[in-house]
Design a protein around this ligand. Sequence first.
Ligand SMILES: [Fe+2]
Length: 282
Amino acid sequence: MSAIATTRLSPHLGAEVLGVDLEAGVDDAAFRAIRDAFLAHQVLLFDADGLTPARQVAFARRFGEVQVHVMNQYHSDGFPELYRLTNLDADGNPNGKHPDRGTMAWHTDGSWQRVTGQATILYAEVASAEGGETHFCDMYGAYERLSPAWKARIANLRAVHNLDFSRNRRHSEDPMTEAQKRERPPVDHPIVRTHPETGRKCVYLGDHAEFIVGMSYDEGRALIEELNALIIHRDLTYEHCWTVGELLVWDNRCLLHRATPFDEAREGRVVRRCTVLGEAPH
Ligand SMILES: [Fe+2]
């Protein structure tokens, strides 16, 4: 018998994990079951109301090495592993500014690094009543649905992912400093990735992908735009509406995700994120 219970969040992907108290900590048997559920369902939901930053980071460390994000202005709570996205000012009032507009385009966390994001662990401190959702689309399924011609076309292609490109393209707010750019130069990854644990093929692209190795810039851009649109399927998507105190864990290796807009001038939304590093895609 498994050390945890799960219930599906949607017909295709996502599961809620029941009977686990993350603030108390999880034993090895429960963690193994959580890990299996993570690989099977791609997105896991926990009721973790009141979870402290220290416990969130400790839980993330069970999955692997936790990233310290290059955009150090977002670090919070004395934990460089945590990245807080908030639109509240010092008095707790909405400031009218979205904390990171780039998150509203379909992407996968950390694809702009050689060693990319494995899991992202996001906790909701404040949730907006409308919008501010997080959507996930299954990239195993997206690969399976590609035509044989598309599969052949992208089989050996590599895309260059660039955080500076995706941030500048979506918004010109808070640009990367020269030092941050030097620390994170563009990197190339295969467009068809084999998940290192499940062995399944999936599409690895999203909004950080800028151009294709060995193709003219414009031709590569056109291919990326076309494929990024083609791989999103409504019936392969789970749309999460947040409640305060929820925690989501998702697998960046086989999902794209995006946030949806909310009224930044009228409603608060505060989430605390950490990203667990994985491996260089192959
Ligand atoms: Fe993200």
